[in-house]
Design a protein around this ligand. Structure first.
Ligand code: B12
Ligand code: SF4
Length: 504
């Protein structure tokens, strides 16, 4: 019997490998899931020698034959390092999968034996069957490997159109290990207060900085945005809740939760009866349907996260390839307020092409939105293969060494914190924007501060005001989370020490 280990680098949710694991188990294979360290905003560190030794000795002890590693671009060097260590001390085959391996298969094959492009369930099953001696490698779609020093790219298989064929995620049980300083035989989600799930794959939009721009290009002429049945997502949640007893809320991580009316109707009815927990979604304001929003609210929707990214139509359309209609955002904000939803707006900073005028437009837009709301501020990061990376390379704004994989900026600045260095202009805008989400500061005061030449010259002052108000807001958010029973030790750590507090 072939023993398979699927390793997730710095991601304890990793729905991708949990799905592959269930699929392999359903087809009779013996699978272990190893969660190697976890994601902490702006505070990532390379693994220690002890952690690496744990991984190698665990694979040895479990007599693993095939390893599959799942990682995103910032973790490339760690994937390379772990792969080399495992290969030097164990007789195993190693496959890489996920977005980075899909984008950079040739470079990846310098380290591992196989690359799986795109969705991994079927390719991993075929690969396992081949290594178990039942099939040959030739013709396994989505697979790349070297033969006589030549890189073989097998064809891409079509995307899984019927998501319901996939078994529920592999949650809990004895086949999970967590390495973070020490090695534990547990699923790290046992202590989670929040369960992250998906009802769809893909996204109907095509923003330049996002992985969707890559997949869309790979899968032309196919239905890219796919939605599973309500029954499928609910049964997956039920499996999760039966394994993880501390879950207090559900987060739908679907790129955008914009499903057809019949789906929303069925979902709202059944979710309320069967799950009964508050839930959160990511949404696109362009797709606002008031009656759907109300139904979702009645079913338990507590928080809705909306991508605005910028207040400038020009920046949005020309740099991010996103439609931005300021009136649409304002209308959404009014509707959300009417039904008392918690709203979070996503914004992107640190775009080298953003002008002072663009920043003013953002401040004006945010000041027009009804409070209260929260802000998730992200630092623009360039990932390989995206349209944005091509634009920036063409304009010589970056070099290939600045793209994640060769770089790892996400280790230090993913959600914005004040401790990361940025230009004076950018810092001023960040500080002003961060004040706008603090309902206890009157908007007129913020308008005055935004125009102050004195503060622009004495940046430390506005930074201090912004930091202090942010601290108050985070304290308040923390209290609310404690009261709702959703603050775990890990969530607390994710938000960081006082030195690297996230702006909210
Ligand atoms: C939820 C989410 C998170 C969550 C949880 C992350 C996690 N590890 O589970 C949080 C908020 C913590 C997070 C953090 C980060 N994320 Co994130 N995240 C996502 C999101 C929205 C969903 C991931 C997911 O579960 N997808 C659903 C599953 C089914 O798809 P999948 O992961 O792609 O897996 C399939 C295939 O890729 C393949 N596959 C995957 N692994 C393997 C391994 C093997 C061996 C094989 C054969 C196949 C295979 O098979 C899977 C099943 O078909 C994606 C975008 C997206 N929709 O995918 C971004 C995304 C993965 N995140 C991204 C990034 C960059 C990050 C961060 C670095 C933060 C940042 N700066 O943006 C961190 C890093 C976290 C980490 N450890 O990798 C990028 C990755 C881009 C890149 N080139 O690296 C994505 C693609 C979004 C984007 N910006 O375009 N993220
Ligand atoms: S809406 Fe979100 S998930 Fe969809 S393409 Fe844009 S950034 Fe990516």
């Amino acid at each position: 019997m072939l023993n398979i280990a699927l390793i997730s680098l710095y991601g304890v949710e990793n729905n991708g490998i949990r799905s592959i694991s269930s699929f392999l188990k359903q087809n009779g294979f013996n699978v272990y899931l190893i969660f190697f360290k976890r994601w902490l905003n702006n505070d990532m560190h390379y693994p220690s020698e002890k952690e690496k030794r744990h991984l190698v000795s665990l694979c040895k002890e479990l007599e693993i034959d095939l390893v599959g590693i799942s990682f995103t671009s910032p973790f490339l060097k760690i994937a390379q390092d772990l792969t080399m260590q495992m290969k030097s001390s164990l007789d195993i085959k190693i496959a890489w999968g996920g977005i980075h391996a899909t984008v950079e298969p040739r470079e990846s094959l310098e380290y591992c034996d196989f690359i799986c492009r795109g969705e991994g369930e079927h390719v991993m099953l075929d690969l396992a069957r081949a290594l178990a001696g039942r099939w040959t490698l030739e013709g396994i779609k989505n697979l790349c490997y070297k033969k006589d020093d030549k890189v073989i790219f097998e064809d891409l298989r079509p995307l899984i159109q019927d998501l319901d064929i996939l078994p529920p995620q592999d949650y809990g049980g004895v086949n999970k290990f967590f390495i973070d300083k020490d090695l534990k035989n547990i699923d790290p989600l046992v202590s989670a207060k929040e369960l992250r799930v998906f009802a769809s794959r893909g996204c109907p939009f095509n923003c330049s900085y996002c992985y969707n721009s890559i997949y869309r290009a790979l899968y032309q002429n196919q239905r890219y945005y796919r939605i599973g049945s309500v029954e499928k997502v609910l049964s997956e949640i039920e499996v999760g809740l039966s394994r993880f007893k501390k879950i207090k809320k559900i987060k739908f991580d679907d790129d955008t939760f914009i499903f057809p009316a019949y789906w929303i109707d069925e979902f709202c009815k059944k979710y309320r009866q069967r799950v009964k927990l508050p839930f959160e979604i990511l949404f696109n304001a362009q797709c606002l349907d008031k009656s759907n929003l109300k139904k979702l609210k009645c079913a338990g929707l507590k928080r809705i996260q909306i991508g605005i990214q910028t207040g400038s139509v020009q920046e949005s359309e020309q740099v991010y390839n996103r439609k931005l209609e300021v009136d649409v955002i304002k209308k959404f904000a009014q509707e959300a307020k009417k039904i008392n939803l918690d709203v979070v707006y996503d914004l992107i900073f640190d775009n080298p092409l953003s002008t002072p005028e663009n920043k003013k437009e953002l401040i004006t837009l945010l000041l027009d939105l009804p409070r209260p709301f929260s802000l998730f501020l992200y630092s623009l990061t360039v990932f390989p293969g995206t349209e944005l990376s091509k634009i920036f390379l063409e304009k010589k704004i970056i070099t290939p060494d600045d793209i994640e994989g060769r770089a790892n900026k996400s280790f230090y600045q993913f959600r914005l914190g004040f401790s990361y260095p940025r230009s004076e202009d950018e810092l001023f805008a960040v500080a002003i924007v961060s004040l706008i989400s603090k309902s206890f500061i009157p908007k007129n005061v913020i308008r005055l501060l935004a125009r102050s030449v004195f503060l622009k010259k004495h940046l430390f002052l506005i930074k201090l005001i912004a930091q202090a108000s942010n601290f108050i807001k985070l304290f308040h958010v923390g209290l609310k989370m404690i009261m709702q029973g959703v603050l775990s030790v890990w969530k607390f750590k994710e938000y960081g020490s006082p030195k690297r507090l996230l702006i909210q």
